[in-house]
Design a protein around this ligand. Structure first.
Ligand SMILES: [Zn+2]
Length: 445
């Protein structure tokens, strides 16, 4: 079929091409690519034509966010697709759990917005083939197995994307996150996967069963997707599976980064440029401004994502010139807004909150911290059997007190409860902000 042939074409093309080996050469190469890309898109998308007319150089375009991207859906997409029509097609597909809707031959998808602001995305057959080729070459690397690789894929919905490329090289099995965990684990035991692709919260459940010896599998590669992989989870998974945990960082706006053999996350700079929008004075954390210079059906040019990324300060030993990331920390709208001693708003990044919980007690197996107002946090914990709740509570209180002192902020009150509501098919956000301000300057990007 068409997708399969195109995928093979891009697999060959990507594996044969030669990319610039130095940072300087890569910058020159990217500039040229993006310049050409923007020019072409301006001829096809009125939104970008107007930007070029107003600002000239694409580097001067003000970043757009999701709200703007959706508002101008009709003037941004180059397939002549109308937003209302696309939305209807995508919604109908979702309710019928048929996840392969197309419009004028273009795949239409809905992104999982948590705030009621769901995004619509489009992908042509060519773009899907490019994506599959990139995932194969950068992540699955099927040649390593020298036989058909069995990939267990946990996701919210079955995707015709993968089925289309099933072959003698790769066999996919899908695990619908809406099914009970026990059934998923039983299937996993039968399938005996070489590769497991799942979000960290699911990987932890699989790891737990492996540790308890109720599940016997020997996967050769573990790939974490969709949720933040925090250091504690990574350490636990590494220990149980006895291997490095790999990551894929992607969103509806594109396949953005993945880990190299050293375990470092590198931006896929062969097709995406990320400009950092710094959000702290020390310039360690940033929101990415992305430009994908291969996607043409719905061009993404200087798009501000609301994720918080941490820059890597040292070069990766693998020698890749592609931008390296220390980690993905979460979403911008989960950054806590606490008050300083003068009552002014103060942003506190997830890492501080995570450390406050983790250092309190080794008996905390799982946790979630939810900010419910400027001065109130709800801490939900799951404790190991031998731990005394009262003692752990005390330790959490004093750990947060210490954090308040270190950050020099106003006192906060904690409510600590035992037990965490089941996730279902939702993404795990251990550090979550559940209140917005009335004078909301927050824009949902
Ligand atoms: Zn590397």
């Amino acid at each position: 079929m068409k997708l399969k042939l195109l995928t093979i074409f891009y697999l060959l093309r990507y594996s044969l091409r030669r990319l610039p080996a130095s940072r300087e050469a890569l910058d020159v190469w990217q500039e040229r690519r993006i310049g050409k890309f923007v020019k072409q898109m301006a001829q096809r998308a009125p939104f970008y034509a107007a930007k070029v007319a107003q600002y000239g150089d694409w580097r001067a375009f003000p970043p757009i966010n999701k709200a703007l991207f959706m508002e101008h859906f009709n003037e941004i997409n180059t397939c002549g697709i109308d937003r209302e029509q696309a939305m209807e097609v995508a919604m109908n597909a979702e309710s019928g759990r048929d996840f392969s809707p197309t419009l004028n031959g273009i795949t239409v998808g809905l992104s999982t917005g948590t705030s009621g602001n769901r995004g619509l995305f489009l992908a042509s057959t060519k773009e899907r083939a490019q994506w599959v080729a990139a995932i194969f070459l950068k992540v699955l690397k099927p040649w390593r197995w020298r036989r058909q690789v069995k990939v267990a894929f946990f996701l919210r919905a079955n995707s015709n994307l993968y089925n289309a490329v099933e072959s003698k090289v790769v066999q996919f099995q899908f695990y619908d996150l809406l099914r009970p965990v026990s059934a998923l684990l039983a299937d996993l035991a039968l399938f005996q996967p070489d590769v497991i692709v799942a979000q960290p919260s699911m990987l932890l459940l699989v790891a737990g069963a492996v540790e308890a010896k109720t599940l016997r599998i020997q996967p050769g590669r573990i790939i974490s997707v969709a949720e933040v992989l925090d250091p504690e989870t990574e350490a636990r998974l590494t220990q149980i599976f006895q291997q490095q945990i790999h990551q894929v960082y992607q969103c509806t706006e594109g396949f953005l980064a993945c880990t190299c053999d050293e375990g470092t996350l590198h931006v896929n700079e062969d097709f995406v440029k990320i400009e950092p929008h710094w959000i702290d004075e020390e310039k360690t954390r940033f929101q990415p401004i992305i430009t994908d210079f291969t996607r043409t059906s719905q061009p993404v040019i200087r798009y501000l994502l609301n994720d918080v990324l941490v820059a890597r300060q040292t070069p990766c030993p693998c020698g890749s010139p592609f931008m390296a990331l220390e980690r993905i920390e979460g979403r911008m709208d989960d950054v806590f807004l606490l008050l300083d001693r003068q009552g002014r708003e103060r942003t506190v990044f997830a890492d501080f909150i995570r450390r406050a919980v983790v250092r309190a007690s080794e008996g905390i197996l799982e946790y979630q911290v939810i900010q419910t107002s400027y001065s109130k946090l709800l801490v939900q914990v799951e404790l190991s059997a031998e731990r005394n709740l009262e003692l752990v509570n005390k330790a959490i209180f004093s750990s947060f007190e210490q954090m308040v002192k270190e950050l020099d902020i106003s006192p906060i009150s904690l409510e600590i409860v035992e037990g965490i509501p089941p996730l279902g098919a939702n993404k795990l956000r251990r550090i979550r902000r559940d209140f917005t301000l009335d004078n909301a300057s927050q824009n949902d990007t």
